[in-house]
Ligand binder design. Structure first.
Ligand code: NAG
Ligand code: NAG
Ligand code: NAG
Ligand code: NAG
Ligand code: NAG
Ligand code: NAG
Ligand code: NAG
Ligand code: NAG
Ligand code: CU
Length: 566
């Protein structure tokens, strides 16, 4: 445990240097005691607007803390009538909603009370940048050691972007077992609306527990690799209902919080106006169907059709066909009521059925333009990364990126090692790409295989320079002056995805497919961004303490790491 000892020693050294363990958080934050203020509480983000504030460089700071207490336990529930085993936050499925204003500090204390058997855990706050709090990103083996059984860990980070997102366990495929929930951050107006309907979580759903699924998916038997989902849920239900008001405009916050399948969302008889993709407000456009890969979010405004009063309509989310999802039951429905309880008798838009059957990709990127316009600078480095699916020396079917299938070492988090000045990472399976002091990083992802992958990068909204089938011509950039930005984008089957990001956030950032079974089987790299500056980050003592506690636990119990770890 040499490396571990040096991590602890250097962390202690940095600790004694200062009393404030969170030098990058507001000065008054340690004294503030969880004020309960209504949301969105006027305009606590001051004069910031969508157009006048660069969220990546100038997020506001309200000095307000939003505190949550999460207890994770193993439970049995039957949301669709079939009883199965779950891992749940506060016994809720989906987990409790986190709500904050832009610029608030979110503080979540997580108690790991998983038993029968005990497991580690760690929770990731999808889409937030974690600037200055990189160690709070919640990825075991990368930003922290897992929270051991009976352990408690408090995450503290800024609500540095605004809009719609979610949190989920990043420990193995635990979130497919139920550890996830919505995370809503209120911010400046993007477009006018009357009623915030809140999160609409679209979740493919499995009757097996997550551990059995991962055991099957990471397999030597090709026939077991494709595990079909058993159902498709909206807000964790088979029959969710939404009360809409005639004549009003409603905001729906769509989230694909599933494990595997691509969702197609629509409401019979209604147009949808897209106003944000992931955490990025966009120039609004109208559509009848929204496509969401796992991890993606889309905010839509929905206005009642004329004469809606007294009528009801079917809301639909369908797992897309043609290799975009593997499922026994693709259809999720819910009901939109306008002053009635009559069951709907409406039909799907023809464009919805066409999209479900034929389009295994996001919308063309030329139709989206972020409202806060940014032009990428010239890349100082370009990395090509090819995805493949192949068997390892002992015949397990694994996903690779540039021929390496990722595997985490829970005891040696990459970021914490970098914070001690160690960026040597001898184990090739850690798949770390060290971009040194590059200021603008372009990554070309090649995906020659037959499956689409929703690729997610932590710590950034990336520019989507181009995406499509075949191979990139090496030059064409779509909307070059203001390309699409988001944190998750689908690379199509037999296709490519070109992303770029400014190296404005020193850290160790996961870049991975968000399909739970694919990242379990290794479809993952770590982007190491400005390691020299990581060495200057003051890491709070709880990080080293959690590693010591995890080390004690794993010294006595052998952790059955059946997958990549993430
Ligand atoms: C850096 O960390 C790696 C992995 O834990 C370890 O093998 C190596 O000895 C460390 N190097 C130094 C200089 O501490
Ligand atoms: C929704 O469906 C569940 C089972 O799938 C059932 O228990 C519940 O009563 C239903 N709720 C309504 C409002 O129909
Ligand atoms: C956690 O606490 C329970 C109840 O006190 C105990 O039985 C169990 O051994 C503890 N587990 C660990 C890893 O300390
Ligand atoms: C949907 O949008 C189309 C095209 O803008 C428009 O013709 C149609 O009336 C709209 N339908 C509803 C129900 O708002
Ligand atoms: C649904 O609507 C169709 C045509 O609009 C009608 O033929 C059918 O009887 C209706 N079904 C019910 C259950 O109301
Ligand atoms: C992908 O893996 C297969 C099976 O191991 C191999 O035959 C093929 O050459 C690989 N493709 C690339 C582009 O590396
Ligand atoms: C192949 O992958 C499996 C699953 O990750 C792993 O248990 C096994 O050790 C790997 N085999 C080799 C030779 O690395
Ligand atoms: C930029 O990144 C490349 C890897 O893509 C690396 O080889 C190079 O050393 C980096 N340049 C600097 C200045 O750090
Ligand atoms: Cu994938």
């Amino acid at each position: 445990m040499m490396r571990f000892t040096s991590l602890v020693a250097l962390t202690w050294a940095s600790l004694v240097a200062g009393q404030n363990n969170y030098p990058n958080l507001p000065v008054n934050f340690l004294q503030t005691s969880n004020p309960v203020t209504p949301l969105p509480n006027g305009y606590p983000w001051g004069t910031c607007t969508v157009q006048n504030t660069n969220p990546y460089t100038n997020p506001p700071n309200t000095g307000v803390i939003r505190s949550y207490d999460f207890t994770i336990t193993r439970e049995t529930k039957s949301p669709d009538g079939f009883e199965r085993s779950f891992l749940l936050v506060n016994d809720q499925f989906p987990g409790p909603e986190i709500e904050a204003n832009w610029g608030d500090t979110i503080q979540v204390t997580v108690h790991n009370q998983i038993t029968g058997p005990e497991e580690g855990t760690a929770i990731h706050w999808h889409g937030l940048l974690q600037k200055g709090t990189q160690y709070m990103d919640g990825v075991p083996g990368i930003s922290q050691c897992p929270i051991p059984p009976n352990g408690t860990f408090t995450y503290t980070f800024n609500a540095d972007l605004y809009g719609t997102s979610w949190y989920h366990s990043h420990y193995s495929a635990q979130y497919a077992g139920g550890i996830f929930g919505p995370m809503i951050i209120h911010g400046p107006a993007i477009a006018p609306y009357d009623i915030d309907i809140g999160p609409v979580m679209l979740t493919d759903y499995f009757h097996k527990d997550y551990f059995s699924l991962v055991e099957d998916v990471v397999s030597t038997n090709f026939n077991e690799v494709l595990q079909p989902s058993d159902n498709n849920l909206i807000n964790g239900q088979t029959n969710a209902t939404f009360q809409f008001t005639p004549g009003k405009t409603h905001r729906l916050r769509l989230i694909n919080s599933g494990a595997e399948g691509m969702q197609k969302f629509s409401i019979d008889g209604h147009n949808l106006t897209v106003i944000a993709q992931d955490f990025v407000p966009v120039q609004s456009f109208s559509t009848q169907v929204v496509t969401l890969g796992v991890g993606q979010r889309t905010d839509v405004l929905v206005t009642a059709p004329a004469n809606a009063d007294g009528k009801s309509y079917t809301m639909r989310s369908t797992l897309a066909g043609n290799g975009c999802a593997v499922t026994n039951q693709p259809f999720a429905t819910a009901t939109v009521f306008y002053n009635t309880k009559l069951q709907p008798n409406t039909t799907a838009w023809p464009s919805f059925l066409t999209s479900v059957a034929s389009q295994c990709a996001n919308d063309p990127i030329d139709i989206t333009q972020p409202l806060y316009s940014l032009t990428p600078s010239a890349p100082t480095t370009t990395k090509d990364i090819a995805i493949n699916f192949t068997q390892n020396a002992t015949d397990f079917w694994l996903w690779t990126m540039n021929d390496i299938s990722f595997r985490a070492d829970y005891n040696s988090p990459v970021f914490l090692l970098a914070a001690t000045g160690n960026d040597s990472y001898p184990d090739p399976q850690w798949n770390v790409y060290n971009f040194g002091s590059n200021t603008s990083i372009r990554v070309v992802i090649e995906n020659p295989g037959p499956a689409a992958h929703p690729m997610h990068l932590h710590g950034h909204d990336f520019y989507v320079l181009n995406v499509g089938t075949g191979t990139w011509d090496g030059t064409t950039i779509v909307n070059a002056a203001n390309p699409q930005r988001r944190d998750t984008q689908i690379v199509p089957a037999g296709g490519f995805l070109v992303i770029q990001f400014e190296a404005d956030n020193p850290g160790a950032w996961p870049l991975h497919c968000h399909i739970a079974w694919h990242v379990s089987a290794g479809l993952y790299v770590t982007v190491l961004e400005r390691p020299a500056d990581i060495a200057n980050v003051q890491v709070p003592s709880i990080m080293a303490q959690t590693c010591r506690d995890w080390s004690t636990f794993t010294g006595e119990d052998v952790v059955d790491q059946i997958d990549s770890g993430l």
